[in-house]
Design a protein around this ligand. Structure first.
Ligand code: G3P
Length: 240
């Protein structure tokens, strides 16, 4: 399972990519705003220069016709040929543009804002390279709708988590059953538990905020850090 970073902060990506564990970056206008990167295309070019990244997702303007998304996709991809995946909205124009970008130009695409398996089926049929399922937003909405499951013993999945698991498993299953070339990408990740749930379901990639990436190095009981300190201390005994 590949790990992508979900951010427009170039410095954060450089730091994380230095570990050699990051395969790509996903961006969007909200993340650009948060990072203060009004110069979206310049930020994309800087991301593409970072060693080790295979893919940088660049989002087209959402309210365009398929033809205009296609044209903007070509322009965005020219920032760094072969590395940019054009991110398109989950709607008819977005999927038509995805199909055209793949068929006519061989350009990679990422369909964003996918919340249910039937949407993923359409995106995979359009030849999308990435299908981005939004875990965090889905969970927040389902919890708002159904509330927390008060009876669930701690450690068991909430209704929302069970639904998300089912969605992801179905998407992975459709992909395998119908031999689609798309990668299922779990996005809108809020915590390490989301990463583990996505991995349980067999997704191809997760796109995590930098904070979640660094949290993944620790266990929730602090045993890894404690163990490292203990080993270091006991090393004082060694003479050679
Ligand atoms: O890549 C976009 C997606 O991850 C957005 O997440 O945090 O806005 O729900 P979020």
């Amino acid at each position: 399972m590949k790990i992508f970073l979900d951010t427009c902060n170039v410095e954060s990506v450089r730091n994380a990519a230095d570990t050699g564990l990051i395969s790509g970056v996903t961006t969007n206008p909200t993340l650009a705003q948060k990072a203060g990167r009004a110069d979206y295309r310049k930020m994309l070019a800087q991301m593409c220069d970072i060693i080790g990244l295979e893919s940088v997702s660049a989002q087209v303007k959402e309210d365009q016709t398929a033809e205009n998304m296609f044209l903007e996709g070509i322009e965005l991809e020219s920032i760094c040929r072969g590395k940019i995946a054009v991110k398109l909205p989950m709607n008819p124009h977005g999927l038509t543009a995805a199909k055209l970008l793949r068929r006519k130009k061989g350009i990679n695409t990422n369909i964003t804002l996918v919340f249910r398996p039937s949407q993923a089926l359409l995106a995979m049929n359009a030849g999308a390279d990435f299908v981005s399922y939004f875990m965090g937003r889905q969970e927040a909405k389902l919890k708002e709708k159904w509330g927390e499951d008060q009876k669930a013993p701690s450690g068991t999945k909430s209704y929302a988590e069970s639904q998300i698991q089912r969605d992801l498993e179905r998407m992975v299953n459709y992909k395998e059953r119908y031999r689609f070339g798309s990668q299922i990408l779990a996005a809108s990740i809020r915590n390490v538990e989301h990463v583990e749930l996505a991995a349980d379901c067999g997704v191809d990639a997760v796109s995590v905020p930098p904070t979640v990436f660094w949290e993944m190095f620790s266990d929730n009981l602090g045993l890894t850090e404690d163990g490292i300190k203990r080993f270091l201390k006991d090393r004082e005994f060694l003479t050679g």
